[in-house]
Design a protein around this ligand. Structure first.
Ligand SMILES: Nc1nc2c(ncn2[C@@H]2O[C@H](COP(=O)(O)OP(=O)(O)OP(=O)(O)O)[C@@H](O)[C@H]2O)c(=O)[nH]1
Ligand SMILES: [Mg+2]
Length: 343
C-alpha cells in the first residue's frame, strides 16, 4: 500500500502516499446520525464494538481446542497462531504468544484454561502501557494535539469528536485546518467545528504551517485550553511527509506558549489491519508519536492489532472510534479491552 519513492520529492501534492485500505476516498459531511453511545448507552459501545473480535477470537480458540481433557498438540498450537493472525494480532506477537503456549501446554487442559492463558498474555503485553493509555491533558497549559495519519483514516472525524468531548467538559477549543491541500477538507472540518462549538482557523490554500501558527496564536490570545490541528494525509511520498511534518513540528515549537502540552496522535483505521501497522511503523520513523487513535473499531473484527501496536511499536492506544457520530469516541482501557474480548 505504501509506495515510497526514494527520489527527489515532487512539488505537486495531489497524489496519495497511502490510503486507509478499504475506506473509500470520499469526504463526507459529518454523520448526522445519533452516536452509538446515544443509541446504546455509555461504555457498552466499546464492548459492542469489540464483540465481533471477541466472538470470532474466542469462538475460534474454543473450536481449535475441542473437548476438555485433551492435550494441545503442535498442530493445534499452529491453528491457534493462525486464529491470532486472523484477528490481526501481528506475526511477531502471535509467535511470541504461541511460543509461551507451547512451553505451558501441559497445564492447559481445557478451553477455559486456554482463555485464561490468553487473557494473561494479552494483559502482559498491554500492562506496560497502562498509564500511557490516557490522553494527556494539563489544566494549567495550552494543550496542543496534532493529528496525523493517511487519508481516510478518520483524522477529521476524530478531531470533531475530541473537540466535542472537551467542549462538553467546559473547555475552550480551537481547531486548525492544517489540511490545506483540498478545500473540501477544510469544509469538512468547518462542519465538525460548528457542531462541536469550537473556533475554527482556516486559510484555504495557504501553507499548512501558517494555519497551524495562526491556530496556536489564536489559542493563546483567546486563552483556550485546547488547540487541535488537522493535517493532510495525502502527501506524495515519505520524504514529502517527513518534510511537512517536521516543518509543522518546528512551527508548533516556535508558536507554543511556555506552558504547553504537545501530543502527536497517529490515527489508524482498525479495518485495515496489517496495513495500519505498516503505517504505524512509517509514522513512528518520521516523528515522535504520543500514541494511537484507533478508528472504526465498530466495523471491524480485527481488534487484535491493539496488541501489536503496543508490543511491536511501543505505542499506547489512547482512544478508539466506535462510530461516525460525534459522541462515538471512547477512552481506551486495556482491562476493558480484554474483558470485552473474553467476557
Ligand atoms: N464506522 C466508523 N466510521 C468512521 C469512524 N471514524 C471515521 N469514520 C469514517 O471514515 C471516513 C473517513 O473519515 P475522515 O475523518 O474524513 O478521514 P481523514 O483521515 O480526515 O481523511 P483525509 O482528510 O482524506 O486525510 C468517513 O466516512 C468517516 O465518517 C469510526 O470510528 N467508525
Ligand atoms: Mg481529513
Amino acid at each position: 500500500m505504501f509506495k515510497w519513492l526514494t527520489g527527489k520529492p515532487k512539488k505537486e501534492s495531489s497524489s496519495v502516499i497511502g490510503t486507509a485500505g478499504t475506506t473509500p476516498l470520499k469526504h463526507p459531511e459529518p454523520s448526522q446520525s445519533k452516536s452509538t453511545s446515544e443509541k446504546k448507552g455509555g461504555l457498552s459501545s466499546l464492548k459492542s464494538a469489540l464483540s465481533l473480535t471477541g466472538k470470532s477470537l474466542v469462538g475460534s480458540l474454543r473450536g481449535v481446542f475441542g473437548d476438555s481433557g485433551t492435550a494441545l498438540s503442535d498442530e493445534k498450537i499452529d491453528e491457534i497462531e493462525e486464529t491470532l493472525l486472523r484477528a490481526d494480532v501481528g506475526l511477531d506477537t502471535a509467535v511470541q504468544i504461541t511460543d509461551t503456549l507451547r512451553k505451558n501446554k501441559n497445564r492447559i487442559q481445557s478451553p477455559e484454561a486456554l482463555m485464561d492463558f490468553m487473557q494473561e498474555e494479552f494483559s502482559q503485553i498491554l500492562r506496560p502501557y497502562e498509564s500511557a493509555n490516557t490522553l494527556k491533558y494539563d489544566p494549567q497549559a495550552l494543550n496542543i494535539y496534532i493529528v496525523v495519519g493517511v487519508n481516510g483514516a478518520g483524522k477529521t472525524t476524530f478531531i470533531g469528536k475530541l473537540a466535542h468531548r472537551f467542549i462538553q467538559e467546559g473547555k475552550k477549543v480551537v481547531v486548525g485546518a492544517g489540511d490545506t491541500f483540498r478545500a473540501a477538507a477544510e469544509d469538512q472540518l468547518a462542519i465538525w467545528a460548528e457542531r462541536a462549538g469550537a473556533e475554527l482557523i482556516r486559510k484555504d490554500g495557504a501553507d499548512p504551517s501558517s494555519v497551524i501558527f495562526e491556530a496556536i496564536e489564536s489559542g493563546k490570545n483567546s486563552q483556550a485550553n485546547v488547540v487541535i490541528l488537522d493535517t493532510a494525509g495525502r502527501l506524495q511520498n515519505k520524504y514529502n511527509l517527513m518534510e511537512e511534518l517536521q516543518k509543522i513540528r518546528h512551527v508548533i515549537d516556535k508558536a507554543k506558549p511556555e506552558h504547553a502540552n504537545v501530543e502527536s496522535l497517529l490515527v489508524l483505521d482498525a479495518t485495515t489491519g496489517q496495513n495500519a501497522l505498516k503505517q504505524a511503523e512509517v509514522f513512528k520513523e518520521i516523528m515522535a508519536l504520543s500514541g494511537v487513535i484507533l478508528t472504526k473499531l465498530d466495523g471491524s473484527a480485527k481488534g487484535g492489532m491493539i496488541l501489536s501496536i503496543a508490543r511491536e511499536y511501543q505505542l499506547p492506544v489512547k482512544m478508539v472510534g466506535v462510530g461516525e457520530g460525534i459522541g462515538d469516541l471512547r477512552d481506551f482501557n486495556p482491562n476493558e479491552f480484554i474483558d470485552a474480548l473474553f467476557k
